[in-house]
Structure formats: structure tokens, C-alpha cells
Design a protein around this ligand. Structure first.
Ligand code: 5GP
Ligand code: MG
Ligand code: MG
Length: 179
């Protein structure tokens, strides 16, 4: 098997335990509500699948596919929804599932855009957050792990579309790419 480089920063066991806790919290918070779990693809795919199965209430699943302009490590904040929701979220309680919140621009843009569809509520659950990098103030209801300002891959997150299938989260050493 090809060896994948990168130092583990969150192990599979840590991931499993934290997602179980998040699932419990979300289950308690959304019980009895008309609940839609919206995954932001591609990055959130692995987290979404595990989180959804840790939530023990009836819910709808839906997805958005977004791309950010440019393929560099740094986001411009200009995101484009390339595939829209299939469910009507009007009047529903929406929880957006994100892989990582960095500057916060993507999450802010998605909240603003989805709010136009008049959901009852719209909140964010992100697996990872890099608080040091935030440039806009965005409310994160659920955060899996706060991580330092390093570029991470695995568990859904990519570097140039690769490494998403790593079963754990790893720091990719690529000095000079973060500017
Ligand atoms: P934001 O709009 O919050 O600045 O950036 C969010 C997006 O930037 C994420 O969905 C992800 O695509 C990308 N991103 C930010 N930090 C990282 C990182 O450490 N690793 C990877 N793979 N993507 C990141
Ligand atoms: Mg994302
Ligand atoms: Mg990416």
C-alpha cells in the first residue's frame, strides 16, 4: 500500500468519541423538531456520514456542493454553490455540517444564502475550527475540535483533491502554501 504522509493530529478513536458526544447533543437539541441535516460537500462527507448515524431522531438529509474559486490552500471566501439542496427548507430547522471553519467566510456566505429560503432556524456544526484564522464573526453552535493554524488533510479534507479518504486527520507539511 502506498504510504500516506502527514502527522496525525486527531486519531480515529478521538474522532469517534467526539462525534458520539456531538450526536447526543444534537439529538437532545432537535428532538421533536422538523430537522434537516445539510452536508457541505465535498469536505464534510466523512464527518456527515458518521455524525448522521450518531443522531437518534427522525431527520431529513440533504447536501450542497460548493467550490471555492482557486485551488490554493487559502480560501478567497468566494464560494459557489454548484449543486443545490433538493429539499424545501422553508420553516424547517436546518443544521449545516461543515468540515472546517477557517476565515469563516464560507459559513457566513452559506448562512446568508440559505436564510433567503426562510428556514425556521439555521445553525452550524463543524468538525474543525481554526479560531486564530477567523476574519468574520460567525456563530458556531457545535464544534468538534479547535485546531491550531496548520493545514490539515484526511477525514474528508483534501489537498488538491487528494487525501480525503485518510481515516484520521493529519497535518500536511507544506510550508509556504498558507500565504
Ligand atoms: P473559510 O471560508 O472558513 O476560510 O474556509 C473554509 C474552507 O477552506 C474549508 O471548507 C476548506 O475547504 C478550506 N480549508 C481551510 N482550512 C483548511 C485546512 O486546514 N485543510 C483543508 N484541507 N482545507 C482547509
Ligand atoms: Mg467546507
Ligand atoms: Mg479544499
Amino acid at each position: 500500500m502506498e504510504r500516506i504522509f502527514g502527522r496525525p493530529i486527531v486519531t480515529q478513536e478521538e474522532m469517534r468519541a467526539r462525534i458520539k458526544e456531538l450526536g447526543k447533543q444534537i439529538t437532545a437539541d432537535y428532538a421533536g423538531k422538523d430537522f434537516v441535516l445539510v452536508g457541505v460537500l465535498k469536505g464534510a462527507y466523512a464527518f456527515y456520514a458518521d455524525l448522521a448515524r450518531a443522531i437518534r431522531i427522525p431527520m431529513r438529509v440533504d447536501f450542497l456542493v460548493v467550490t471555492s474559486y482557486g485551488s490554493r490552500a487559502k480560501t478567497s471566501g468566494k464560494v459557489k454553490i454548484v449543486t443545490e439542496l433538493t429539499e424545501d427548507i422553508k420553516g424547517k430547522e436546518v443544521l449545516l455540517v461543515e468540515d472546517i471553519v477557517d476565515s469563516g467566510l464560507t459559513a457566513q456566505y452559506l448562512i446568508k444564502t440559505l436564510a433567503k429560503k426562510k428556514p425556521q432556524s439555521i445553525k452550524v456544526c463543524t468538525l474543525l475550527s481554526k479560531p486564530e484564522r477567523r476574519t468574520v464573526d460567525v456563530a458556531l453552535e457545535y464544534v468538534g475540535f479547535k485546531i491550531p493554524n496548520r493545514y490539515v488533510v484526511g477525514y474528508g479534507l483534501d489537498y488538491q483533491q487528494k487525501y480525503r479518504n485518510l481515516p484520521y486527520l493529519a497535518v500536511l507539511d507544506m510550508e509556504g502554501e498558507q500565504e
